[in-house]
Design a protein around this ligand. Structure first.
Ligand SMILES: [Zn+2]
Length: 135
């Protein structure tokens, strides 16, 4: 089942901006399920989808064991919740891009080390793996 995403018409430049930001806002269905099963007692799966209010309630009640049971039940709903979350993020981001809203600084670009190929932040002076200067 796919959630339809209503995206406004974007110019190529806006599309490029969208593509630069979107991966960092996306959430993963598998991670969502695992968080609900393994760390559901602490509300981790709610914090993951920015439902901080619910997360805090779970965290406060973790000692009762109830959030752990809820987490296991909710694991079944997580893939759908994650897809909805991603669709909402995409829609919000697309409207921000189209309407020229101020966006946070883009995620740090990554580059590969010329010597060993280790991927790291573009600003790094030396490779974290082989120690050679990054040019
Ligand atoms: Zn290297």
């Amino acid at each position: 089942m796919t959630i339809p995403v209503m995206l406004p018409q974007m110019t190529e430049e806006q599309q490029a901006t969208f593509n630069m930001y979107y991966p960092s806002t996306q959430r993963d269905e598998i991670v969502g399920v695992l968080l609900a099963v393994l760390l559901g007692s602490f509300g981790a799966h709610h914090f993951y989808l920015k439902r901080n209010g619910l997360g805090i309630v779970y965290l406060a009640l973790f000692w009762t064991g109830i959030p752990a049971i809820l987490g296991i039940i909710e694991a079944f709903f997580m893939p759908d919740r994650v897809r909805r979350f991603n669709a909402e993020q995409a829609t919000q981001l697309a409207y921000s891009v189209v309407h020229g809203a101020t966006l946070p600084p883009p995620p740090t670009p990554m580059v590969g080390c010329p010597a060993c190929g280790m991927v790291q932040n573009a600003g790094a002076r030396y490779c974290v793996q082989c120690g050679r200067p990054m040019m």
